[in-house]
Design a protein around this ligand. Sequence first.
Ligand code: LLP
Length: 444
Amino acid sequence: MVLHGTSSVNAAGHLEIGGVDTVELAKQFGTPLYVYDVALIQQRAQQFLQVFAEEGLQAQVAYASKAFSSIAIIQLVDQLGLSLDVVSGGELYTAIQAGFPPERIHFHGNNKSPAEMEYAIQAGVGCFVADNFYEIAWLKRLSEQYKQSINLLLRITPGVEAHTHEYISTGQEDSKFGFDLVSGQATAAIEQVLQSSNLQLLGVHSHIGSQIFDPAGFIQAIQKIYLHLEQWEGQFGRRFPVLNVGGGFGIRYVEGDRPIPVEQHVHAIIITIREETTKRGWPMPEIWIEPGRSLVGDAGTTLYTIGSMKHVPGMHRYVAVDGGMTDNIRPALYHAQYEGVLANRMRDRAEQAFAIAGKCCETGDMLIWDLPLPQPEHGDLLAVFCTGAYGYAMASNYNRLPRPAIVFVENSEAQLVVERESYADLIRHDRPYSSSKKNPIHQP
Ligand code: LLP
């Protein structure tokens, strides 16, 4: 078991994160509870920024806020000097409410509604990542209506398959995202954008997938993109100042995962772009990347209280916790694997494997199938690691479970940044039913 970031075991034998005892956190804020190690997020951001700084390159590291969006995380990301990727009106609204500078926001999404695009223009977002012809037509119309020039990148699908779960692989041609290169749609899109004097084409964007361990996919995608950039230069007489290669840098969830350090991914990207530009005698573009998981994933830990237990003789020993697929859908959706510990008994030796069950009425609501633990007792605190990305972001109220609270910990202090939902929150938007007078059932 490898502890992440500032996590350690204190004198009481409890798991501590950011210098704060997790047992105290559970007492103070209740469970389930998402705990974020702020120092680890800072460290990850620095790792990305430093490579570009050392290479003396113009770059933007845009945090993909779909991984975890809340006012506090966006404020932290702003302080760290990152840019921000949003994919919906809701993520944009959160960023604006957090006071994030709109000019450093990039607006993504494969089906931005006209209302979302209008909102983004009014908010002054720095760049749209245009995904389809419908969006280009709308952006043209809105730029004329608002008499405003709009920066955009075109999202292209480079035809590269990242070796990852098929649901989170996005670079292949047969995908709902972006313009594909082979059929000529990307070329047609460039032509359309260049026809409008209000649309400023900064360059292209590609995102090949998520939880990627091998830089080969990035290298291949960049090489393909440059072949087309060269073709477009010949055809349109234009070179573009920006190249956005997306996010997807993998993290270590469990012992068997072997991600390469993020610096190595970034170096591979830089080296490939340098080769491709040098070959053509072009200047280096401004490089944009969009890490989500690799900035916040291993900084997040979920604390649960253990409740019921059940041993099926000769089969699994089930241990149920007070959350589950509602706060972490990833095991059910992607067969994602996690590690965990009894946070209040860190010195006790693991005796055997236990199957960690959620509390939802679904057989598939299992968080971990074979977690080695000391014999758990009712009331023990289970910490599940690496839940910082796509945990809270994908949380639901299934079975009408209130969503957990979130605390940030750093320098031995805890800060509540998202309150736990109450039962009242669950019915906040509900309205009573009154039977229709026209309903024959109610007529005498
Ligand atoms: N940029 C674009 C255009 C993306 O679509 C994504 C993720 C990212 C950046 C950030 O990728 P990251 O660095 O976080 O891997 N819910 C799935 C992941 C879906 C990723 C969707 N796009 C999961 O829980 O694994």
